[in-house]
Ligand binder design. Structure first.
Ligand code: PMV
Length: 328
């Protein structure tokens, strides 16, 4: 059978997905809104091969085993079921997401896998169907099918829980600066963390209500290129998400002292007239939503607080691309 290769870029949630209403189908409790990034992506080649007795999965040239392998074969089972085949697949995936950046590579990984595996299995899915399929691998992957600003509508079932683009071409001044915080707290993966917050935080419902209200405002802000509104809504939503973790039983947090130092620095810079807002995901790194033109000033300010700090800058990126063959 024909090999197909897909490239998908990762995305950063401005309004977060944090909790599943349906764990099996990955239906979230709220809609979420993200920005796809240009710098970080995954390339994945898939070919279904009659000679294989089991799926062969390689990540960055090394065979994948254990939990990671199981997630991929479970996902391939969904693709096989859709295509009505039982053939095993060879999957070769390369992540161009700096591991230290702590940006979720699962979003680009499952979006690229959905694109390459569905084509290689003989399916010709619409972008909406690819988004539904990618969602089954990792919720945030549903958004990486599209470029620019994207909304994943919560929905209530497999059909209605799907992403759609809000603004695919972002030709105005917005960048995401990832501040790499090296001190790692105890690892809680997003899958476990979000359900723990949902089940035990008395503030969880407040977070859902606040996110629903912010979704309407965020869409208007994106339409109007209202940077200040986008940034302040994103920062508020991130802090609210992390508050559900800190108020869970037992409580936990992804944020460290250095994360807080950067969050506070963003507020200080704003008081000096530099528009910069912080957002954080399931890890200690802080991502600063800022103007490209303020890059040097922000890095200098960061260095005064955290002298050896490393940063990675990214601007808005494109949606999924799938081509025949094993090179893109
Ligand atoms: O898609 P997952 O299971 O990796 O979860 C993503 C969770 C956050 O990154 C914290 C928020 C989001 O919407 O991307």
């Amino acid at each position: 059978m024909q090999a197909y290769t897909a490239r998908a870029h990762t995305n950063i949630a401005l309004l977060k997905y944090w909790g599943k209403a349906n764990e099996q189908l990955i239906i979230p409790t709220t809609s979420s809104i993200s920005l796809t990034l240009d710098e970080f992506y995954t390339d994945t080649t898939v070919v279904f091969d009659q000679h294989l007795n089991e799926d062969a999965v390689f990540l960055n040239d090394a065979p994948l085993t254990g939990k990671g392998y199981k997630k991929i074969t479970d996902f391939l089972d969904i693709v096989r079921q859709l295509a009505g085949i039982s053939t095993k697949a060879h999957v070769q995936s390369t992540n161009h997401v700096p591991t230290a950046a702590g940006l979720a590579s699962s979003a680009s990984a499952f979006s690229a896998l959905a694109g390459a595996a569905s084509k290689a299995a003989g399916l010709d899915l619409s972008l909406a169907d690819l988004s539904r399929l990618a969602r089954r691998g990792s919720g945030s992957a549903s958004r990486s099918i599209y470029g620019g600003f994207v909304e994943w509508e919560r929905g209530t079932d497999d059909t209605t829980s799907v992403a759609h683009p809000l603004q695919e071409v972002v030709d105005w001044d917005i960048q995401l600066l990832t501040v790499i915080i090296n001190d790692q707290p105890k690892k809680v993966d997003s899958r476990g963390g979000m359900q723990h917050a949902l089940q035990t935080s008395p503030f969880y419902q407040n977070w859902v209500d606040a996110t629903n209200a912010a979704t309407v405002d965020m869409k208007t802000a994106i339409e109007n290129h209202d940077f200040q509104k986008i940034g302040s809504l994103a920062e508020q939503n991130a802090l609210q998400m992390h508050a559900t973790n800190m108020t869970a039983t037992p409580p936990f947090t992804y944020l460290t002292d250095n994360s807080w130092a950067v969050i506070q620095l963003a507020a200080q810079l704003r008081s000096k007239g530099i528009e910069v807002y912080a957002t954080m995901d399931a890890g200690p790194n802080v991502k600063l939503i800022s103007h490209i033109s303020d890059y040097h000033e922000i890095v200098l300010a960061l260095q005064s607080v955290l002298p050896d700090v490393e940063t990675v800058a990214a601007t808005p990126g494109p949606g999924l691309v799938v081509v025949a063959g094993d090179e893109i």
